[in-house]
Structures are given as C-alpha cells and as structure tokens.
Design a protein around this ligand. Structure first.
Ligand SMILES: *Cc1c(COP(=O)(O)O)cnc(C)c1O
Length: 376
C-alpha cells in the first residue's frame, strides 16, 4: 500500500530529545523551544515567534490577542479546516464565509470587501497547500477598513508570496507541526507575532495569563496573574524533535518539491486532453510541496477514483467538507454571496500520496493507475 502521508524523520530527532532529557529540562520554553523560536524568526523575518501546542491553539491565541468579542464578524473561506473558524467562534464571533477561486482553492480576495460590515474585525486568509493568497490586496483592504489580518499558514512554512514568508505578512500568522504537515513534532504549532503591539501580551496569554517569562528573564522579582490565558507551551522534548526537522527543512522541502514536480510532469498530458485539472501556482508564490491534488469531473468520478486507487494499493484522499454547509457552520456562520466554487471544486479535488522520501517508482505507479482509471 502506498500511504497518503508519512511523517518525515530526518535523523537527529531522538538525539535532540535525549539532550533535552539529559539536561533535565522537559517543560516548555527551555533551550530547544528557544532555538525553534529563533529559527522561525530568522527564516520568516517575523518580529516574534512562539512555539505552541498546535496551530489550533495559535489561532485561539490570535483571537484573544485581537480581542475578538461576542457579535464580532470574521471573514474567511469556507474551504478550510475547522480550527480556522472555531478559534473565533470560541470568542463569540460570527463567521462570514466567502467563496474561493478554483485555480488555487484560496479565498477570492475580490469578494472580501462586499462581506465587510460594521461588525467585521478580522480577515483570515488560509494559504491552501502552501500557496499564498493574494496578500497585497488583502492587506490593502484590511488597512482601509481597519481590520486585523490573521494568516492561517498551517501548511505554509517555507513558502513565500512576493518574496515575503507566509505567516509573516499579516498582523499575526500561524503554523502547524502536526504529523500530517511537512515539518513535524507530532502535535505542535507556532504563532508569528508580526505586530509589535501584540508581543508582550502574546507571551503572557501563552503562559496561563502570567508574566512568568519576564520573571525567568529577571525583569520582575515575582510573577503573578496578569491577564486571561491558557497553557500553550509545548514540552521541550517536542521542541527538540521539531528542531531536528527545522534544521533539515530545506532538505524536506526540496524532496517534496521534487515529487510535486514529477506528478505535475507525468500528469500534464491528461490535463492537455481535458481529462482532469492540475493545481496552478501563481508566479508570485513559492510553495513547499505540501500537497499534490488533481481535479476530476465531479463527486461521482472522484469517489470512483478513490475506490479504484484503493484497490490498486494507493491511498488518495478528498479534503475539506465546506464549513458553511456543516452542522456547526450553519449555526455559527453565514456564506456571503454565491457559492460558485467552494462546494463544486471541493467535490472534485483528490489529493495524491505525497511525503518526504516518496519514491519515483511509487509516483510513476500512481500516475499510471490514474491514467488507467481515466481510460476505463
Ligand atoms: C492542519 C491545519 C490546522 C490545524 O493544525 P493543528 O496543528 O493540527 O492544530 C489549521 N488550519 C489549517 C489550514 C490546517 O491545514
């Protein structure tokens, strides 16, 4: 069986976790956490990065930092993971979904302005498959209407838009280091605080609402309860595991891009014949090979393809069920404008196996089976 995804293991994970153990420092914010934070800051040129226990938690921190309150509205695509919405619903916000574009599956920036009301507080672009949203336009709209921009860059570490790192363009950005992402420690994430105004409070909110970080740096002589907050520090063992992956991030990215490009080459003739559609990457975007997807004609054909490939030993997967049509989405949000592409395109999309170390033979095998499926 060719699995759909497999976590990358690059060699130093256990060695670094052992180092953390031999230092006897297992809780958060010790050496490896600090090394990861600095690495992310340098890589993305963000003001301040903090490891978190997940991207979900980084998004929850972002909702707290931007003071999202009962009745506020937050604009985002419906084609995303539940956490993008949940983080804001937890603060009492209503979610306003806008349609996506079929080429990138990213939120259509041309539809954002019509979704803005006097209750709108934030825009949350999701960089699907690590391909950047049209950030220049989104930032211009946000500044004009005085809105926060929180980038869900869960899939977008090591990616750029016009040379800027995804996650470091908006006011706040978030990464995921979940097992299914390119660079992982099982469960983990990071918040990128690009706006100086949020830095001090981010540190406090992440530390259970206390100024313990200032205390550890010797800036105050005791620490106490300062603000709301929760416990969003990963263990230094997780950070040690992650640091081994960050050191190898270029190698992981190159390997995934090699696989991505091979799929693209091998499937091009099918697109030219009009049998399927392949992903499009705008020229201003560099991606990280997080995902390779094809688009079939419709839901029925996609379901057949999943079953056919499974019979041949290939695990291919559909992706998000649009949030606006789900049980919670109906309760907590509304779709603004017409759903031209969100439902239709989500039903056609099929993700192919892609992970660090996927062999050329396996990619050729998958492509051959897709060809055979379309020929039946
Ligand atoms: C993976 C993912 C998340 C959630 O990340 P966790 O680290 O598992 O909480 C959020 N948004 C998007 C777009 C994702 O792909």
């Amino acid at each position: 069986m060719i699995p759909f995804s497999k976590p990358a293991i690059t060699g130093n994970e256990i060695k670094y976790a052992n180092e953390a153990m031999s230092k006897g420092k297992l809780s958060g914010d010790h050496d490896f956490t600090r090394m990861c934070n600095s690495w992310i800051e340098k890589q993305t040129r963000t003001r301040k990065a903090f490891l978190t226990t997940s991207c979900t938690h980084a998004l929850e921190m972002a909702a707290l930092l931007t003071d999202i309150k009962d009745g506020d509205e937050v604009i985002m695509p419906s084609y995303t993971f539940v956490s993008t919405a949940n983080a804001f619903v937890l603060r009492g916000a209503r979610i306003v979904f806008v349609d996506i574009m079929p080429d990138t599956m990213n939120m259509d920036e041309k539809l954002i302005e019509q979704a803005i009301t006097d209750r709108t507080r934030a825009i949350v672009p999701v960089h699907y498959a690590g391909v950047g949203c049209e950030m220049d336009t989104i930032m211009r709209i946000a500044r004009k209407h005085n809105l926060f921009v929180i980038e869900d860059a869960a899939q977008g570490m090591m990616c750029t838009y016009k040379g800027m790192a995804l996650g470091a363009i908006g006011d706040i950005g978030t990464f995921s280091f979940h097992e299914t992402k390119n660079y992982t420690c099982g469960e983990g994430g990071a918040i990128l605080v690009n706006d100086e105004r949020f830095v001090k409070r981010a540190e406090i909110i992440r530390e259970k609402g206390t100024n313990r970080s200032q205390f550890f740096r010797g800036e105050v002589d005791k620490y106490n309860w300062q603000d709301v907050g929760s416990s969003w520090l990963p263990s230094d063992i997780n950070a040690a595991f992650l640091f081994a992956q960050l050191e190898m991030a270029d190698k992981i990215t190159d390997n995934r891009l090699k696989s991505w490009n091979l799929y693209h080459e091998r499937l091009r003739s099918l697109e030219e014949k009009g049998c399927l559609e392949l992903p499009k990457v705008p020229v201003e975007c560099n991606h990280n090979g997080h995902m390779y997807f094809i688009k079939l004609n419709n839901l029925v054909e996609r379901t057949d393809a999943i079953n056919y490939l499974k019979e041949k030993g290939i695990s291919a997967m559909f992706h998000y069920v649009p949030l606006h049509s789900s049980k919670a989405g109906l309760r907590f949000g509304r779709f603004c404008g017409e759903d031209k592409f969100t439902t239709k395109e989500s039903e056609r999309l099929l993700r192919l196996p892609l992970y660090y170390g996927l062999s050329t033979d396996d990619i050729n095998f998958v492509c051959d089976k897709i060809k055979a499926f379309l020929k039946r």
